[in-house]
Design a protein around this ligand. Structure first.
Ligand SMILES: [Mn+2]
Length: 328
């Protein structure tokens, strides 16, 4: 079943939204609820799971977060009391949050309720509320309101954290709904300063690492600007990084306007490409390299190649794709 809903979901009507009311009723009728986010969780995934379980607890229900994977950078949004490491005992209604595909769930299994803001979510749950929103925490907030749970400052902070994460600190995916929800969460007492501080916190070693990566910048020829940063496997090991920091390069090495950035990270047996763009569709390039993703954010993994070979493949694919786009 796919629950209806079109247009922006705004905080004023969210608690009366028919889909939010229906999801709320389904969750309230369950003896126990387990909320599962996606693998490699971002802030919105963990915040959505934590906020939904917390809202259900505030409504007097038995609810848990099922997320064995909680990276150090984002783990603070999940109250440890909400976590069921092995899964709660007994009959349990499973809710997926922020997860576009069922094979990306942290704990696989049948999904009763699928709550997501990715419009390409195929609706893999028994009940599906898939609605465009700036973060999945906005949908979670709507379900909470439908259950009669107005966020207190602690819950508002978690909801705001998901929104802050998915908008990369209110820099991308901005629309009136994003600002309306930010206003609602801050008015409810969200600790906006604390969220920003945690989201942007980096160790001193990270800045030295970033300088070393930035020094390696190369440009690719052609009419579309492309910045390339090859990162040898030994480079991050030369700096005292926090475990999460090696993954943070794309949020600092931004694409030029109308252009592309490619970060090539050499691992033990593969080179991982992370592609970002501003105003350019990345998918032809990602597909030419055997990868995929979204038009503005994509990834490629090349196994059994050196960094130099990966760079050569990128240069070949780039001239092919940019050449092709020149012909059209
Ligand atoms: Mn999200």
């Amino acid at each position: 079943m796919l629950l209806p809903g079109a247009g922006p979901l705004l905080p004023e009507q969210a608690g009366r939204d028919p889909a939010a009311v229906e999801v709320g009723a389904a969750l309230a009728a369950a003896p126990r609820v387990a909320v599962v986010p996606h693998v490699l969780p971002d802030l919105d995934a963990l915040a959505s799971a934590a906020a939904l379980a917390a809202a259900l607890r505030r409504a007097g229900r038995d609810a848990w977060v099922l997320a064995p994977e909680r990276p150090a950078l984002h783990a603070w949004v999940v109250d440890p009391d909400l976590v069921a490491e092995a899964g709660p005992a007994g009959d349990c209604l499973r809710v997926a949050v922020d997860t576009a595909r069922p094979d990306r769930l942290q704990v696989p299994g049948p999904v009763a309720v699928n709550l997501d803001h990715h419009e390409d979510n195929p609706g893999y749950g028994a009940c599906n509320w898939v609605r465009s929103a700036p973060s999945c925490t906005c949908l979670v907030a709507a379900v909470g309101l439908a259950l009669g749970v107005a966020p207190d400052p602690a819950l508002a902070t978690v909801l705001y954290a998901g929104l802050y994460g998915d908008t990369e600190g209110f820099r991308v995916h901005l629309d009136p709904a994003a600002f309306a929800w930010a206003q609602a969460f801050v008015a409810a007492g969200a600790d906006a300063e604390g969220v920003a501080e945690r989201f942007h916190r980096r160790s001193p070693g990270f800045w030295r690492y970033l300088a070393a990566v930035a020094e390696r910048e190369r440009a690719l020829p052609g009419p579309v600007p492309c910045r390339v940063f090859p990162v040898p496997a030994a480079l991050p090991q030369a700096f005292p990084l926090e475990p999460f920091e090696a993954a943070l390069l794309p949020s600092h090495l931004t694409p030029p306007a109308g252009g592309v950035v490619v970060i090539l990270q050499e691992g033990r047996d593969a080179v991982r490409f992370r592609l970002r763009s501003r105003g350019v569709d990345l998918l032809p390039l990602a597909h030419a390299l055997g990868g995929g993703g979204h038009p503005q954010a994509a990834g490629v993994v090349l196994r059994g190649v050196t960094l130099e070979q990966a760079l050569a493949r990128l240069e070949a694919a780039w001239s092919q794709v940019v050449g092709a786009s020149r012909r059209t």
